[in-house]
Design a protein. Structure first.
Length: 489
């Protein structure tokens, strides 16, 4: 049975018991009130009978009119009380006797008053004897009525006491019944609500400290039983999930350990490569300078003895050595993007652009290039690398504009909390199928005779942008120019 049904039945029983007991108490109180009223009436009856006897004595002794009037008043009160009384079966005989005596006293008293009136103050032995006999009858019947009234009063008092004892007993029974109902309701709540909730609380506390194997064990078919079964099912699912999570955490810990080891090895390898690139560039440049110097010295000393083929071959040797020197310098610059970087800080990109244009001043003058820009923002960057980025992109725009005066425009706009820079030109453009190869180191789309260079410039640009947390790309079409873009914080 559901707990709410049990509680509803318990409340209904309690209410029914309260109504029943209330009705009994009401009836008992009503009886007490009736008995009290009856007892007060009987006491009034005794009182008026006593007053009537005193008035009769005054009348007989003193013969005063006031005494007769007093007797009449008391007699009428007794008539009223007797007429208003509702005797029970037990008191019916006594009341009937009281009414007969009351009627007889009325008659005897009227006769006694008549004798006083007839005497007129004269003394007559016959009337005196009659008066004495009438007085004796009045006194006797009055005494009988007083005795009956006293018995009625005593019986009424006894009934009042009995009714009070009954009310007291009912009060005790009501209290006992109320205590029993409270205890029964408390036991129902304790068994069906408090104990299961306490067990749920204990299981919850165990789960909170990581014990997912505990179960409530509540098998009742009420609401708390359904809640407990759902809680156990949830705990079982949670136990499975925690086990899977622990396994996954362990796997990730192992993966992280392996990743950290790989990262440390990669950092060590990068440091070694950077050191190797730096050392190799310096060690390789010295032999190249010796080759170039000695070939040029031979060409100078043997100038009148060399034929055209020998001169051409020696030119090839010098040009190859110089290109090798340039390639080594570019490789060193590529490695220094990370190894010799400066901290990122607020940089005026317009000032960085002007510095780059100053470095390109001779090429701009030779080609007649025009470089325009709009108002450029403050960005978070490495100033030296930002200058190098502008220098490489604008230098490429000037280089790949062969048959016309280069026109370059640098712009910036805010997109999704990042600055998007664009460097557009009117050069030869790049076909879509080659765009993915532009930023690969040493990747060239043209021969050295068409466009000189080592193929590292755009790779350096990509590395600089990625070091700043941005992206770089190109938008162009063949013959329509190119637009290189990159983003910075």
């Amino acid at each position: 049975m559901l707990t709410r049904n049990k509680l509803s039945i318990s409340v209904a029983v309690s209410l029914a018991a309260a109504v029943f007991v209330g009705a009994i108490l009401f009836h008992a109180v009503q009886r007490v009130q009736q008995e009290v009223v009856q007892s007060e009436a009987h006491l009034d009856l005794v009182k008026h009978m006593t007053q009537r006897r005193f008035s009769m004595v005054d009348l007989v002794i003193f013969g005063q009119e006031r005494a007769r009037l007093q007797w009449e008043a008391e007699h009428r009160e007794i008539d009223h009380i007797l007429s208003q009384s509702d005797p029970t079966n037990v008191d019916a005989e006594v009341f009937e006797r009281l009414r007969r005596n009351q009627l007889a006293i009325r008659l005897v008293f009227d006769r006694l008053v008549t004798t006083f009136a007839e005497a007129g103050g004269r003394q007559d032995a016959g009337r005196a004897e009659l008066r004495q006999r009438l007085i004796s009858q009045l006194m006797g019947r009055s005494q009988d009525m007083s005795s009956d009234a006293l018995r009625l009063s005593q019986r009424s008092i006894a009934e009042v006491h009995a009714a009070l004892r009954q009310v007291a007993l009912l009060a005790v029974l009501v209290t006992a019944l109320g205590v029993a109902l409270v205890v029964a309701n408390w036991l129902i709540v304790r068994k069906n609500v408090l104990q299961p909730m306490k067990r749920l609380e204990a299981v919850t506390a165990s789960i909170a400290v990581g014990d997912f194997e505990r179960r409530t064990g509540i098998a009742s078919k009420d609401e708390i039983g359904a809640l407990a079964r759902s809680f156990d099912a949830m705990t079982a699912q949670l136990q499975t999930s925690v086990a899977a999570l622990r396994f996954e955490v362990e796997e990730r810990r192992e993966s992280n350990d392996a990743l950290e080891a790989t990262s440390r090895e990669l950092a060590r390898s990068n440091a070694e490569l950077a050191q190797f690139a730096y050392v190799a560039s310096h060690d390789l440049q010295e032999p190249l300078r010796m080759v170039v110097g000695h070939v040029q010295l031979l060409e100078k000393r043997l100038a009148d003895k060399l034929d055209s083929d020998t001169r051409e071959f020696m030119g090839f040797a010098v040009d190859g050595a110089l290109r090798m020197k340039k390639l080594i310098e570019d490789i060193l610059a590529y490695s220094r993007v990370s190894t010799r970087a400066h901290p990122l800080e607020p940089v005026d990109s317009a000032a960085a652009l002007n510095e780059a244009l100053a470095l390109l001043a001779s090429r701009i003058a030779e080609t007649g290039a025009e470089v325009a820009s709009q108002s450029l923002p403050i960005v978070t960057a490495d100033r030296v690398q930002l200058v190098q980025l502008f220098q490489n992109l604008i230098g490429n725009a000037i280089k790949f504009c062969k048959d016309r005066a280069p026109r370059v425009r640098v712009e910036a706009r805010l997109e999704d909390h990042r600055w998007r820079f664009s460097v557009s030109d009117n050069g030869i453009g790049i076909a879509p199928e080659y765009r993915g190869q532009l930023f690969v180191i040493f990747k060239r789309l043209h021969t050295l005779r068409e466009y000189p260079g080592t193929g590292i410039g755009l790779a350096i640009c990509r590395r600089i942008v990625e070091r700043h947390g941005g992206q770089i790309g190109i938008e162009s079409a063949p013959g329509g120019g190119s637009v290189f873009w990159f983003t910075l914080p």
